[in-house]
Design a protein around this ligand. Structure first.
Ligand code: MN
Length: 253
């Protein structure tokens, strides 16, 4: 009689997934760029995927701007060529990242919000600016600038003009900031709960507010979590790592 074979059940190791946001990379911040390059050549390669949740660049006025982002694109290209999936949700600074950037870097542009489907349930991914509904001026600006017709008209302008407009918009927003309350520039908890409820999700990861944290929410008696990624500086970067269903915060240097 043939012996019954023993079944060796090995759980396929859950892939490692990394999340980052708000790097605000620019020629004036070589330190943050160096941390990004080290991360992409190192820890990010141990993962199966990297999700960039907006504001990778401090400003992006069009994929034809050859002055911007060549080193960033090269680092992303090396990571995606190594087999790591990289997805990007555009932020309020780099929502004009387009198809040429995606083709050059191997990065997939994702909708905001996106759902990451996992064995333990979905995780929602968002930049976070759409959840800051108390800032009505900003939401009006957001609606305008996300309109395909507005974007096409903007991208049809000469590069130098686009750079000047972006510079002016940023200066205007910096001037308006002190007049706005600190609370109005954070996400609205009611919006977060409505989103999680509509998507039947228990976890959300976002950036944008530059207020890193992990908030526990009660949604109809069920525990939910809102994880906020921190902005990068010249000295350090912030990332979240998902492994075996658990999120851990990493400080990158
Ligand atoms: Mn932002």
């Amino acid at each position: 009689m043939a012996a019954r074979a023993q079944r060796l059940i090995q759980r396929f190791p859950e892939p490692i997934i990394h999340f980052i946001a708000d790097l605000h990379l620019a020629p004036e911040t070589p330190g943050a760029l160096a941390i990004f390059e080290r991360f992409l050549a190192g820890e990010a390669r141990h993962g199966s995927a990297l999700y960039i949740l907006g504001d990778l660049f401090d400003v992006w006025v069009g994929d034809d701007d050859r002055r911007s982002g060549q080193r960033v694109i090269a680092a992303l290209r090396a990571l995606t060529a190594a087999g790591v999936t990289v997805g990007l949700i555009p932020g309020n600074r780099d929502f004009l990242l387009g198809t040429r950037f995606a083709a050059a870097s191997g990065v997939e542009r994702l909708a905001d919000p996106s759902r990451l489907e996992l064995a333990e349930g979905p995780i929602l991914l968002s930049h976070g600016d759409a959840l800051c509904t108390a800032d009505t001026d900003y939401q009006a600006f957001r609606r305008q600038t996300r309109d395909p017709a507005w974007q096409a008209a903007f991208l049809a302008r000469p590069l130098t003009e686009r750079r000047a407009i972006a510079h002016r918009l940023r200066a205007d927003s910096e001037r308006a900031k002190p007049a706005k309350s600190w609370a109005s520039m954070d996400v609205e908890e009611a919006e977060v709960c409505a989103l999680l409820r509509a998507q039947r999700a228990k976890r959300l990861i976002h950036g944008h507010t530059h207020r890193p944290g992990n908030h526990v929410l009660d949604i109809d008696g069920q525990r939910a979590e809102r994880w906020v990624l921190g902005a990068w500086s010249e000295e350090q970067g912030d990332a979240l790592r998902l492994q075996d269903g658990v999120l851990t915060r990493l400080t990158l240097a």
